[in-house]
Design a protein around this ligand. Structure first.
Ligand SMILES: [Zn+2]
Length: 309
Protein backbone atom coordinates (compact mmCIF):
# COMPACT_ATOMS: atom_id res chain seq x y z
CA UNK A 1 0.00 0.00 0.00
CA UNK A 2 2.12 2.87 -1.30
CA UNK A 3 1.65 6.38 0.11
CA UNK A 4 -0.40 8.76 -2.03
CA UNK A 5 1.08 11.79 -3.80
CA UNK A 6 -1.66 14.30 -4.58
CA UNK A 7 -1.29 17.40 -6.74
CA UNK A 8 -2.96 19.10 -9.71
CA UNK A 9 -1.92 21.34 -12.65
CA UNK A 10 -4.58 23.88 -11.60
CA UNK A 11 -2.44 24.65 -8.54
CA UNK A 12 0.17 26.17 -10.91
CA UNK A 13 -2.28 28.61 -12.54
CA UNK A 14 -2.91 30.68 -9.41
CA UNK A 15 -0.38 33.51 -9.20
CA UNK A 16 -0.21 36.64 -7.08
CA UNK A 17 2.34 38.51 -9.25
CA UNK A 18 5.82 37.68 -10.50
CA UNK A 19 7.59 38.90 -7.38
CA UNK A 20 5.31 37.14 -4.94
CA UNK A 21 7.09 34.46 -2.86
CA UNK A 22 4.07 32.13 -2.84
CA UNK A 23 4.82 31.19 -6.44
CA UNK A 24 3.70 28.35 -8.75
CA UNK A 25 7.36 27.30 -8.99
CA UNK A 26 7.13 25.93 -5.44
CA UNK A 27 5.07 22.96 -6.63
CA UNK A 28 7.47 22.14 -9.46
CA UNK A 29 10.53 22.48 -7.24
CA UNK A 30 9.15 19.90 -4.81
CA UNK A 31 7.92 17.61 -7.58
CA UNK A 32 11.33 17.72 -9.33
CA UNK A 33 13.22 16.94 -6.13
CA UNK A 34 10.94 14.00 -5.28
CA UNK A 35 11.44 12.75 -8.84
CA UNK A 36 15.23 13.17 -8.83
CA UNK A 37 15.54 11.41 -5.50
CA UNK A 38 13.44 8.51 -6.77
CA UNK A 39 10.81 9.03 -4.08
CA UNK A 40 7.92 9.29 -6.53
CA UNK A 41 8.67 5.67 -7.54
CA UNK A 42 7.37 4.69 -4.11
CA UNK A 43 4.17 6.75 -4.26
CA UNK A 44 0.78 6.48 -5.99
CA UNK A 45 0.00 9.69 -7.91
CA UNK A 46 -3.50 11.18 -7.74
CA UNK A 47 -5.05 14.34 -9.21
CA UNK A 48 -6.62 16.52 -6.53
CA UNK A 49 -10.41 16.75 -6.96
CA UNK A 50 -12.36 19.98 -6.44
CA UNK A 51 -13.68 20.28 -2.90
CA UNK A 52 -17.46 20.59 -2.81
CA UNK A 53 -19.31 23.42 -1.08
CA UNK A 54 -20.56 20.91 1.48
CA UNK A 55 -16.99 19.82 2.26
CA UNK A 56 -15.74 23.41 2.58
CA UNK A 57 -18.70 24.26 4.82
CA UNK A 58 -17.40 21.81 7.42
CA UNK A 59 -14.71 24.41 8.15
CA UNK A 60 -15.96 27.70 6.68
CA UNK A 61 -19.09 29.81 6.73
CA UNK A 62 -21.22 29.77 3.59
CA UNK A 63 -20.72 33.53 3.52
CA UNK A 64 -16.96 33.07 3.22
CA UNK A 65 -17.28 30.40 0.52
CA UNK A 66 -19.70 32.55 -1.49
CA UNK A 67 -17.57 35.67 -0.99
CA UNK A 68 -14.51 33.89 -2.40
CA UNK A 69 -16.52 32.69 -5.40
CA UNK A 70 -17.95 36.17 -5.98
CA UNK A 71 -14.54 37.87 -5.70
CA UNK A 72 -13.00 35.53 -8.28
CA UNK A 73 -12.08 37.82 -11.20
CA UNK A 74 -12.78 37.09 -14.88
CA UNK A 75 -9.46 38.75 -15.71
CA UNK A 76 -6.80 40.71 -13.87
CA UNK A 77 -6.51 40.30 -10.14
CA UNK A 78 -8.41 41.17 -6.97
CA UNK A 79 -6.67 41.96 -3.69
CA UNK A 80 -7.98 40.04 -0.67
CA UNK A 81 -5.48 41.37 1.88
CA UNK A 82 -2.22 43.33 1.37
CA UNK A 83 -0.30 40.09 0.67
CA UNK A 84 -3.03 37.94 -0.87
CA UNK A 85 -4.77 38.24 -4.22
CA UNK A 86 -6.88 36.22 -6.62
CA UNK A 87 -6.42 35.77 -10.36
CA UNK A 88 -8.99 34.02 -12.60
CA UNK A 89 -7.56 30.61 -11.62
CA UNK A 90 -7.23 31.10 -7.87
CA UNK A 91 -10.67 29.93 -6.82
CA UNK A 92 -10.31 26.65 -8.69
CA UNK A 93 -6.77 26.10 -7.35
CA UNK A 94 -8.07 26.71 -3.81
CA UNK A 95 -10.82 24.13 -4.38
CA UNK A 96 -8.16 21.65 -5.59
CA UNK A 97 -5.94 22.27 -2.55
CA UNK A 98 -8.83 21.63 -0.15
CA UNK A 99 -10.03 18.72 -2.29
CA UNK A 100 -6.55 17.17 -2.03
CA UNK A 101 -6.88 17.03 1.75
CA UNK A 102 -10.33 15.41 1.44
CA UNK A 103 -9.05 12.81 -1.03
CA UNK A 104 -6.00 12.14 1.16
CA UNK A 105 -8.27 11.47 4.14
CA UNK A 106 -10.50 9.18 2.04
CA UNK A 107 -7.47 7.21 0.80
CA UNK A 108 -5.77 6.87 4.17
CA UNK A 109 -8.95 5.95 6.06
CA UNK A 110 -10.30 3.81 3.21
CA UNK A 111 -7.09 1.77 3.06
CA UNK A 112 -6.18 3.00 -0.44
CA UNK A 113 -2.93 4.45 0.92
CA UNK A 114 -1.04 4.22 4.19
CA UNK A 115 -0.25 7.93 4.22
CA UNK A 116 -0.45 10.87 1.83
CA UNK A 117 1.48 13.98 0.85
CA UNK A 118 -0.42 16.82 -0.85
CA UNK A 119 1.86 18.99 -3.00
CA UNK A 120 -0.71 21.74 -3.48
CA UNK A 121 -1.16 25.49 -3.29
CA UNK A 122 -2.60 27.89 -2.25
CA UNK A 123 -1.70 26.98 1.32
CA UNK A 124 -4.44 27.05 3.93
CA UNK A 125 -3.48 27.41 7.57
CA UNK A 126 -4.07 31.17 7.79
CA UNK A 127 -7.61 30.92 6.34
CA UNK A 128 -10.14 31.38 9.14
CA UNK A 129 -13.76 30.25 9.42
CA UNK A 130 -14.88 33.49 7.87
CA UNK A 131 -11.78 35.06 6.31
CA UNK A 132 -9.00 34.57 3.77
CA UNK A 133 -5.53 36.00 4.39
CA UNK A 134 -1.80 35.30 4.58
CA UNK A 135 -1.71 33.71 1.07
CA UNK A 136 -4.60 31.37 2.09
CA UNK A 137 -8.23 31.14 0.90
CA UNK A 138 -9.62 27.90 2.30
CA UNK A 139 -8.13 25.98 5.21
CA UNK A 140 -7.12 22.74 3.53
CA UNK A 141 -6.14 20.81 6.66
CA UNK A 142 -9.25 21.92 8.59
CA UNK A 143 -11.50 20.83 5.71
CA UNK A 144 -9.73 17.45 5.66
CA UNK A 145 -9.94 17.05 9.44
CA UNK A 146 -13.66 17.84 9.58
CA UNK A 147 -14.19 15.38 6.72
CA UNK A 148 -12.41 12.68 8.77
CA UNK A 149 -14.52 13.50 11.84
CA UNK A 150 -17.92 14.20 10.32
CA UNK A 151 -17.98 11.86 7.33
CA UNK A 152 -15.69 9.01 8.42
CA UNK A 153 -16.79 9.24 12.05
CA UNK A 154 -13.35 9.47 13.65
CA UNK A 155 -13.35 10.63 17.26
CA UNK A 156 -9.79 11.98 17.62
CA UNK A 157 -7.66 13.68 14.95
CA UNK A 158 -4.35 15.43 15.73
CA UNK A 159 -3.14 18.40 13.69
CA UNK A 160 0.57 19.15 13.86
CA UNK A 161 1.73 22.43 12.31
CA UNK A 162 5.46 23.12 12.00
CA UNK A 163 5.27 26.09 9.62
CA UNK A 164 7.33 29.05 10.87
CA UNK A 165 4.07 31.04 11.15
CA UNK A 166 1.34 30.14 13.60
CA UNK A 167 -1.70 28.47 12.00
CA UNK A 168 -4.13 31.08 13.21
CA UNK A 169 -6.78 29.99 10.72
CA UNK A 170 -6.66 26.39 11.88
CA UNK A 171 -6.87 27.56 15.48
CA UNK A 172 -9.81 29.84 14.62
CA UNK A 173 -11.73 26.94 13.05
CA UNK A 174 -10.76 24.08 15.36
CA UNK A 175 -10.46 25.64 18.83
CA UNK A 176 -13.06 24.20 21.17
CA UNK A 177 -13.54 21.09 19.02
CA UNK A 178 -12.47 18.48 21.55
CA UNK A 179 -12.19 15.85 18.81
CA UNK A 180 -9.07 17.71 17.64
CA UNK A 181 -5.70 18.31 19.28
CA UNK A 182 -3.70 20.99 17.45
CA UNK A 183 0.03 21.15 18.14
CA UNK A 184 1.74 24.22 16.68
CA UNK A 185 5.33 25.40 16.80
CA UNK A 186 6.05 28.79 15.32
CA UNK A 187 8.36 31.75 15.54
CA UNK A 188 7.29 34.28 18.12
CA UNK A 189 6.50 37.89 17.18
CA UNK A 190 6.10 37.44 13.43
CA UNK A 191 2.97 37.17 11.24
CA UNK A 192 0.16 36.51 12.20
CA UNK A 193 1.23 37.94 15.59
CA UNK A 194 -0.87 35.59 17.69
CA UNK A 195 -0.81 32.11 19.18
CA UNK A 196 0.81 32.96 22.51
CA UNK A 197 -2.59 32.76 24.18
CA UNK A 198 -4.21 29.49 23.06
CA UNK A 199 -7.91 29.92 22.25
CA UNK A 200 -8.94 26.58 23.74
CA UNK A 201 -7.76 23.62 25.80
CA UNK A 202 -7.30 21.59 22.61
CA UNK A 203 -4.64 24.04 21.36
CA UNK A 204 -0.98 23.39 22.18
CA UNK A 205 0.84 26.44 20.87
CA UNK A 206 4.60 26.63 21.31
CA UNK A 207 6.16 29.97 20.37
CA UNK A 208 9.90 29.77 19.71
CA UNK A 209 12.16 32.84 19.88
CA UNK A 210 13.82 34.02 16.68
CA UNK A 211 17.14 32.29 15.92
CA UNK A 212 16.46 29.51 18.42
CA UNK A 213 17.61 26.75 16.02
CA UNK A 214 16.89 23.07 15.65
CA UNK A 215 17.95 21.95 19.13
CA UNK A 216 15.46 24.27 20.83
CA UNK A 217 12.71 23.16 18.44
CA UNK A 218 13.47 19.49 19.13
CA UNK A 219 13.49 20.03 22.89
CA UNK A 220 10.15 21.87 22.75
CA UNK A 221 8.53 19.18 20.62
CA UNK A 222 9.87 16.42 22.89
CA UNK A 223 8.75 18.13 26.08
CA UNK A 224 5.40 19.50 24.94
CA UNK A 225 4.02 17.95 21.76
CA UNK A 226 4.93 14.31 22.22
CA UNK A 227 3.43 13.72 25.70
CA UNK A 228 0.22 15.48 24.63
CA UNK A 229 -0.01 13.40 21.45
CA UNK A 230 0.54 10.20 23.45
CA UNK A 231 -2.28 11.10 25.83
CA UNK A 232 -4.58 12.08 22.97
CA UNK A 233 -4.15 8.77 21.07
CA UNK A 234 -4.99 10.17 17.62
CA UNK A 235 -6.79 7.99 15.09
CA UNK A 236 -5.28 10.10 12.28
CA UNK A 237 -2.52 12.73 12.19
CA UNK A 238 -2.81 15.63 9.76
CA UNK A 239 0.29 17.74 9.15
CA UNK A 240 0.50 21.39 8.18
CA UNK A 241 3.88 20.99 6.51
CA UNK A 242 5.47 24.41 6.17
CA UNK A 243 9.18 24.59 5.48
CA UNK A 244 9.68 28.36 5.86
CA UNK A 245 11.51 27.87 9.16
CA UNK A 246 14.53 26.72 7.13
CA UNK A 247 17.63 28.84 7.69
CA UNK A 248 17.81 29.69 3.96
CA UNK A 249 14.22 31.01 3.92
CA UNK A 250 13.96 34.67 4.82
CA UNK A 251 10.27 34.44 5.78
CA UNK A 252 11.39 33.41 9.25
CA UNK A 253 14.39 33.09 11.50
CA UNK A 254 14.14 29.75 13.25
CA UNK A 255 17.29 28.42 11.57
CA UNK A 256 16.00 24.90 10.87
CA UNK A 257 17.67 22.55 8.39
CA UNK A 258 16.58 19.44 6.46
CA UNK A 259 17.68 17.15 9.30
CA UNK A 260 15.30 18.98 11.66
CA UNK A 261 12.35 18.36 9.34
CA UNK A 262 13.37 14.71 9.04
CA UNK A 263 13.59 14.43 12.84
CA UNK A 264 10.19 16.09 13.30
CA UNK A 265 8.64 13.76 10.75
CA UNK A 266 10.15 10.74 12.52
CA UNK A 267 8.47 11.78 15.77
CA UNK A 268 5.12 12.18 13.98
CA UNK A 269 5.50 8.81 12.23
CA UNK A 270 6.35 7.12 15.55
CA UNK A 271 3.19 8.49 17.20
CA UNK A 272 1.12 7.48 14.17
CA UNK A 273 2.55 3.96 14.22
CA UNK A 274 1.76 3.57 17.92
CA UNK A 275 -1.80 4.86 17.75
CA UNK A 276 -3.24 4.82 14.23
CA UNK A 277 -1.50 2.30 11.98
CA UNK A 278 0.77 5.03 10.63
CA UNK A 279 -2.07 7.07 9.12
CA UNK A 280 -0.69 10.52 8.21
CA UNK A 281 -2.07 13.14 5.83
CA UNK A 282 0.50 15.86 5.14
CA UNK A 283 -0.40 19.08 3.30
CA UNK A 284 2.07 21.67 2.05
CA UNK A 285 1.81 25.08 3.71
CA UNK A 286 4.72 27.58 3.52
CA UNK A 287 8.33 27.41 2.30
CA UNK A 288 9.43 30.04 -0.18
CA UNK A 289 13.13 29.61 -0.94
CA UNK A 290 12.82 27.05 -3.68
CA UNK A 291 15.97 25.01 -3.12
CA UNK A 292 15.61 24.59 0.64
CA UNK A 293 11.85 24.07 0.24
CA UNK A 294 12.44 21.20 -2.18
CA UNK A 295 15.18 19.62 -0.07
CA UNK A 296 13.16 19.93 3.15
CA UNK A 297 9.97 18.55 1.60
CA UNK A 298 11.97 15.62 0.21
CA UNK A 299 13.46 14.92 3.64
CA UNK A 300 9.91 14.98 5.08
CA UNK A 301 8.49 12.68 2.39
CA UNK A 302 11.41 10.27 2.63
CA UNK A 303 10.63 9.69 6.31
CA UNK A 304 6.90 9.38 5.56
CA UNK A 305 7.84 6.65 3.08
CA UNK A 306 9.92 4.85 5.69
CA UNK A 307 13.03 5.17 3.53
CA UNK A 308 15.13 7.10 6.04
CA UNK A 309 17.90 5.23 7.80
ZN1 LIG B 1 4.52 30.12 6.88
Amino acid sequence: MLPAYISHPDCLKHTMGEQHPESPERIGAINDMLLIKGLLDFMQPFDAPLASEKQLAQAHSLLHIHTMAALSPVDGSVQVDPDTSMNPHTYRAALRAAGAAVLAVDLVLGKGAGSAFCNVRPPGHHAEHNAAGGFCFFNNVAVGIRHALNVHGLERVALVDFDVHHGNGSEDILHGDERVLMCSIFEDKIYPFCGNQPRGPNMLNVALPARSGGDVMRAAVSAQWLPALERFRPQLIVVSAGFDGHRDDDMGNLGLVEADYAWLTKQIVAVAQRHCQGRIVSCLEGGYELSSLARSAAAHVKVLLGLDD
